[in-house]
Every structure is written in C-alpha cells, then in structure tokens.
Design a protein around this ligand. Structure first.
Ligand code: SAM
Length: 273
C-alpha cells in the first residue's frame, strides 16, 4: 500500500524535514540535487504566475511543512489552503506559520491529491504543488485531473516533480542496475522506502492537456548544477559573485527543452482553459 507508506514516512520524519534530516536513502551516492538552485528557480516561476489580488484563494497541494506557503504569506497573501496526506507535515506547517507576524487565514487539510472531494469544482485562483507530491501519489494523471477540476477558469497551476532520466546515472553510480531497468521500463524508482513516479516533460504536458490545462511554460530546476559534484558546488557557492553567475546561467537555460528531461526537477506551468 504505497500511499500508507508515504504517509507513515512523512509523518515519521516531518520534524526534521526542513533541516534535511529525512528518511535514509536506500542507495548510496543518490542525491546530487543542488537544492538551493532548485529553490531559487522554483520560487522565481511560482512568483511569476501569482495572481495580483492578495485575497486570491490559493491551494498548496502536497504542501508539506509550509515552506512555500510561508513565502506567499510574507508577500501579503492570506487565503491559503495547505493540503497534504501527512498529518505530521501539516502539524509542522501549522507550527511554522503560527510563528509569522503577518496575518493569515491558512487552512490545513489532510487530503490525497488524487481525490480532493473536500474541494468543490472551480474553487482556487492559483494552485501549486511543488517538489514531488505528484510523483509520490503514483497517479499523476488523476492528480492533474483534480487540479484542473478545482481551479477556476484562467487560474495558473504549477507542478514540480522528479524527472525520469536524471536518476539513471545516479543509480549506475550506486551500482543499482536493477533500479535502472525498472525506472526506464516503468517510470518508477524507490529511494526512501516508497515508490515514486518520475516523468518526462512530454508525459506531464499530456496530463496537463487532458485536465483542460494549457501548458504555458516548462522549466528544469536546475538543468546543470545538480550534475556538479557536491563538494565542488559547496566551494563555488561560497563566493556570492560566482553563485550569482551560476544562477544566471541556470535562468538562461532552464526553459531549454533539450535539457529538461535530465534536470533535477521538472516544473510545469499551465492555465485552466
Ligand atoms: C517532498 S515533500 C514536499 C513538500 C512541499 N511541497 C515543499 O515543496 O516543501 C512531498 C509532500 O507530498 C506529500 N504527499 C505525498 N503524497 C501525497 C498525496 N497523495 N496527497 C497529498 N500529499 C501527498 C507528502 O506528505 C509531503 O509532505
């Protein structure tokens, strides 16, 4: 029962999630993620499509411990719903957001993104699901159909999840050829004790279209930096000018479709027709 396992593991590790203390990875050498670049690019595109009206009704689907919700509250948005399958992650989100000085009416709802009967059709002005809930739910098409159903006409829907091919060299490095075969054949990988679905941008784009969402932008987060060894990246990032230049390179190339299927994450922006 993969969903129960996902819920259990996120519940168990919810407290350490924000500091990177997550469940042990089943394979060594897997995790060249360059997360600081992923975060910067992700936030750039999340902000780019944010509605102007600060009273917009926003859903953070698979919102975890509220990292992105906090950023929106700090921008002045107050009507946010965080939905997540893990009560532990929702509790962490509540704790995080309770500390903020900004006023907000955030709701915390335990829900599965593949079946969000808690929400009526055409409810949200903006909907996002960053970092993998759509991979972890194991049914990206169902999740996208739900996102299409509950967003209002004209609303932007931003999803980010794990790309398929970036993991191939990682698994080879970990000498896990069975994992490579499985991933290439089925799109499924297992790293933390539960399976997850990894997608090419073409597949995600099809799911957007099937859900009545017109794709407006496709992004790799990041497209280069996760391929650099962690120790070299750590050293380079210490110089703010070098960090700035590396981010500028990423920003220039992150929408180049020939690079995106090998990116760290795949982020897609669509608009409900
Ligand atoms: C990697 S975390 C990302 C959390 C947050 N979106 C962020 O970017 O910091 C993935 C989140 O997806 C949630 N999740 C996994 N499967 C889900 C499902 N089927 N429905 C709702 N949430 C789910 C997990 O509980 C976890 O909080």
């Amino acid at each position: 029962m993969p969903k129960k396992k996902v819920e259990e593991i996120f519940d168990k590790y919810a407290k350490g999630y924000s500091t990177g203390e997550f469940a042990p990875c089943l394979y060594e050498h897997v995790a060249r993620t360059a997360m600081s670049f992923a975060d910067d690019i992700t936030w750039h595109y999340l902000q780019k499509y944010t509605p102007i009206d600060k009273n917009s009704y926003i859903l953070d689907a698979g919102g975890g411990d509220g990292y992105w919700a906090q950023k929106f509250i700090e921008l002045g948005y107050s009507e946010i719903v965080i939905a997540d399958i893990s009560q532990g992650m929702l509790d962490q989100a509540r704790e995080r957001l309770n500390k903020l000085s900004h006023k907000h009416n955030t709701q915390f709802i335990k829900a599965d993104i593949t079946d969000m009967r808690e929400f009526r059709s055409n409810t949200f002005d903006y909907l996002f699901s960053q970092y993998d809930a759509v991979s972890l739910c194991m049914d990206p098409q169902k999740a996208l159909l739900e996102f299409g159903r509950i967003s209002k006409q004209g609303a932007y829907v931003v999803v980010s999840l794990d790309t398929k091919f970036r993991r191939v060299p990682e698994f080879i490095e970990a000498k896990q050829l069975e994992a490579v075969r499985r991933l290439l054949k089925t799109n499924v990988s297992v790293e933390f004790g539960f399976p997850q679905y990894n997608l090419r941008w073409e597949e995600l784009s099809d799911y957007y279209e099937m859900a009545g969402l017109e794709v407006v932008e496709t992004v790799g987060t990041p497209v280069f930096m996760h391929q650099v060894s962690e120790s070299v990246m750590k050293e380079l990032e210490q110089d703010p000018e070098v960090r700035k230049e590396l981010l500028a390179i990423e920003m220039e190339y992150c929408t180049d479709k020939s690079l995106i299927n090998n990116a760290g994450h795949l982020q897609m922006i669509g608009r409900k027709k």
